[in-house]
Design a binder for this molecule. Structure first.
Ligand SMILES: Nc1ncnc2c1ncn2[C@@H]1O[C@H](COP(=O)(O)OP(=O)(O)OP(=O)(O)O)[C@@H](O)[C@H]1O
Ligand SMILES: [Mg+2]
Length: 251
């Protein structure tokens, strides 16, 4: 199904800024869509809305035919994904609780669902750590005892623990050095294949995007200015702003 995640006429306004302006696109299940754009183009705002962390001013999103729930309540409002969605952020140090061990960090999403018995939980965590290429002896360590690459693998293990419908990766490799970036991108590619994961890979680094994704949307000032289904065919990219972003990687 080519329109598994559908985003229709999504707009989001902050007090003085139109962060998203009539954004519409679809993502097929199991696809890896790159979202590229200059700083401030609205990529993270879009990611937060898809994660259910922020309610858009206008527009609809649906997942597998089920709409995100939008409800106004007294004293607030609700905007929720109809399935399970997880995230991996750039700032892996602040996206984990420094007082929790690797085991506790990865187990957290398991606790939110039905809590597995201790033996089963331990087996699941060992399996998750193995899937992200981490030795299970690291399970008792705290975040400050891990390298950046190891900690980002822990965040990826946590992201896949709840078998999410899709994962939003927001600048997930930017804080890592080039060699480790490559390793994490290879890990994401292989996890995607093995688990049929759907990934939304947000980045202003077109090199990382073209390495991981085939389909790419380009954003500028809150709008989608171009979508290409095969980024390796660079001739497909027509919009001047999108071409500039593409060329910035080649040079
Ligand atoms: N909570 C907020 N309140 C007000 N304005 C915001 C808020 N969050 C983002 N913005 C503004 O909305 C616009 C889009 O921001 P967003 O973070 O989505 O951009 P981005 O494409 O992720 O940029 P970057 O590549 O720098 O991460 C920017 O102009 C930003 O200043
Ligand atoms: Mg951002």
């Amino acid at each position: 199904m080519n329109d598994w995640l559908t985003i229709q006429h999504l707009s989001h306004r902050y007090p003085r800024i139109q962060a998203l302006d009539d954004v519409s696109f679809c993502v097929a299940r199991g696809a890896c869509l790159g979202i590229v754009g200059a700083s401030g183009s609205g990529k993270s705002t879009l990611g937060r809305i898809l994660l259910g962390l922020e309610r858009p001013t206008h527009g609809e999103v649906s997942l597998g035919g089920r709409a995100y729930r939008r409800r106004r309540l007294t004293g607030g409002s609700v905007w929720r994904a109809p399935g399970s969605v997880s995230a991996v952020f750039q700032d892996y140090r602040s996206s984990v609780n420094p007082g929790m061990t690797v085991e506790q960090i990865v187990a957290e999403p398991l606790w939110l669902g039905e809590r597995p018995p201790a033996g089963e939980q331990s087996r699941r965590i060992a399996g998750l750590l193995e899937q992200v290429g981490l030795d299970t002896t690291l399970r008792a360590r705290y975040p400050h005892q891990l390298s950046g690459g190891q900690l980002q693998r822990v965040c990826i293990a946590r992201a896949i623990a709840c078998q999410p419908d899709f994962i939003v990766l927001d600048e997930a490799v930017n804080a890592l050095d080039m060699r480790v970036q490559r390793q994490i991108l290879d890990l994401l590619a292989s996890l995607r294949q093995r688990l049929n994961l759907t990934l939304l890979f947000i980045s202003h680094d077109i090199t990382a995007v073209t390495y991981l994704c085939q389909q790419v949307i380009f954003m500028d000032q809150g709008r989608v200015i171009e979508r290409v289904d095969d980024i390796s065919a660079t001739g497909q990219v027509r919009h001047p702003q999108a071409r500039r972003l593409l060329l910035s990687a080649v040079l």
